[in-house]
Design a protein around this ligand. Sequence first.
Ligand SMILES: [Zn+2]
Length: 226
Amino acid sequence: MISKSQLLVTWTGLLISAWPLDIVVENFVLRLPPRSLLRATDTVVHGLIGGFSYLMACIICPDLVLNIFRCLPFLQFGSGSNKHEALNTLFSFFVAFTISSCIDLDHVIMDVMQIKRMPLQRGWFHLSLFPLGLIIILYLSALPFHSLYCVICATLSILCILSHHIRDGVHHGLDFYPLGTTPVLPYWLYIVLTLILPIGSTYLSSSLIRLLKPSLESLTESMHMV
Ligand SMILES: [Zn+2]
């Protein structure tokens, strides 16, 4: 059962990050010198958009929540399931925040390695064709390989990588190298895409998970029998 109040609060967080906060940070960053560390505030906005988007996905489809206790088993303490649920949700937000933010690392790597950029050349992590191909492969692999992780990784890629590219697309368009680049995205289109992306991708992911569940349950049963 979806908690409508949680969904509304998260969606409001996403809207505030994508619009008013984006405008404030944009104006702030414009006044900074080119190599100022404070330019990282722009990356924080990317992180918040990715984090809130994936949080929405987790509220709509709880099967997408990442399990911190599987990644960090030493944290398995106490027995309160509510506490575990809250930690898993926070962990999911944190992972999505980190992936969205790390895409800007290509700027840092290029600066450190002193790679000269052409005027319109984007960093490697900002090319959209590879993540798009990866998302399609992950979704297509989920059913034959009975893998929930394929669906989780595809959803994370859409909401963290593509949403980052869409926000940057307001300045540069989306780069589908070697096929070409789209025109610069209108600001309203960026807002609309950012707000509907979590709903659209979660609808697709939850439909796939519904198809996957019978095979996952029979796999678990056969493992118990062994
Ligand atoms: Zn970027």
